[in-house]
Design a protein around this ligand. Structure first.
Ligand SMILES: *Cc1c(COP(=O)(O)O)cnc(C)c1O
Length: 377
């Protein structure tokens, strides 16, 4: 059976990227590796819309998240974290692990954060050093208002704004320099169309200034050491060579498509997915602020979402994701970030209609697909 990966990480890989990664290993200190990093560096600055360097780390996205705490803060520093799901919760856990005082803004799952709540925290604790948020909270499918938050943070404090853009970068616009995002990070296995194993982090001048005072322990994720290396088209330690070669190819694909077209494609696919599932009588989990990277959907009343997920896997080879923690069994998540097209959405919606009927939620065949066709036409 042909397999399809529609999960919010890892995501499908383009054949061009797979072929690029089949290149024989180049030694990372050999002259022929320098242009590989140089090309990736330039492409990442283009993607992050920043004049500053974007570091390349050999880790999953969480490594960059941890480094975004340890390289900028000191023990006892105050930070604000937004917790509206599993990934927002992780910011709080990292802060706790390193003795950073995190003021947690709790957000109901499925909702976006109200920027005024962040403003209130900053008024209450004017010595806050950093604010940690997600662009998309992947566990709920919600997009947070990053631009408004950046405005509020810089109007009301000297703190840096750190954005986990792991399911944002390459899906929708997050122009670092223009919006005043001090730290923007992502991972390879979401919209960047690569296997897991790389993380990328862009750092503003204001954040580098703060890094000078940071005393938290750091060794592998030492960003000033990485900065000294990347300007020489090197990394401090052995890089994930094959993945960086693949990155060069995926960036090239995005440039060929045009970044605005990449964003437009994601908008279109997300719109079609939402209209498709709603036409089947299903409700969106992120009802107010759904992200264009994935669509989180409530299972029909009385049906465990796990049943839908296993049936669509068994009958159609499509892997989608369950909810996590409190949302487990209640929702399913269909991702459309990265190497996805209109055909993937039409197929997934058709498969979902068949599976829902089989499980006992009656759906008129073609109703969801028809709604998506309406969007595409
Ligand atoms: C996937 C994801 C992560 C975690 O990344 P890992 O690569 O699993 O470490 C963090 N934040 C968000 C928003 C994600 O979607």
């Amino acid at each position: 059976m042909k397999k399809y990966l529609l999960t919010p990480g890892p995501t499908e890989l383009p054949p061009r990227v797979l072929l690029a990664m089949a290149h024989p290993i180049i030694h990372h200190r050999a002259p022929e590796f320098l242009p590989v990093i140089e090309q990736a560096r330039e492409g990442l600055k283009w993607l992050f819309k920043t004049k500053n360097e974007v570091l390349i780390l050999a880790s999953s996205g969480t490594g960059a998240m941890e480094g975004a705490v340890t390289n900028f803060l000191s023990k006892g520093d105050r930070a604000v974290t937004v917790n509206g799901g599993k990934f927002g919760e992780r910011w709080g856990q990292i802060c706790k692990a390193y003795g950073v005082e995190a003021d947690v803004v709790n957000v109901e799952w499925g909702q976006a954060v109200d920027p005024e709540k962040i403003k209130a925290e900053l008024k209450k604790y004017p010595d806050t050093k950093a604010i940690y948020i997600q662009a998309t909270e992947t566990s709920t499918g919600v997009v947070h208002p990053v631009r408004e938050i950046a405005q509020i943070v810089h109007d009301n404090s000297k703190a840096i704004l750190v954005v986990d853009g792991i399911t944002g970068v390459g899906v929708f616009d997050l122009p670092m320099d223009e919006w005043g995002i001090d730290i923007l990070l992502t991972g390879s296995q979401k919209a960047l169309m690569l296997p897991p194993g790389l993380a990328f982090i862009g750092i503003s001048d204001r954040a580098w200034k703060l890094a000078e005072t940071s005393t938290l322990p750091k060794f592998y994720f030492n960003f000033s050491k990485e900065l000294k290396n990347i300007v020489k088209n090197q990394t401090a330690y052995t890089p994930a060579i094959s993945l960086i070669i693949g990155l060069g190819e995926s960036l090239k694909m995005m440039k060929e498509e045009g970044i605005e077209n990449v964003y437009r494609r994601h908008t279109l696919l997300a719109d079609a997915t939402r209209k498709g599932v709603q036409a089947m009588g299903l409700r969106l989990y992120a009802s107010q602020a759904p992200s264009n990277s994935l669509t989180a959907v409530f299972a029909p009343e009385g049906i465990d979402s796990g049943k839908i997920i296993s049936a669509i896997e068994k009958d159609f080879g499509i892997r989608i994701a369950n909810g996590q923690d409190q949302a487990k069994g209640k929702i399913f998540r269909v991702a459309h970030m990265g190497y996805y097209d209109k055909s993937d959405i039409l197929f997934a919606l058709a498969a979902l209609e068949i599976v829902l009927n089989k499980i006992g939620h009656k759906v008129t065949p073609g109703i969801g697909v028809g709604a998506a066709e309406g969007v595409f036409m």
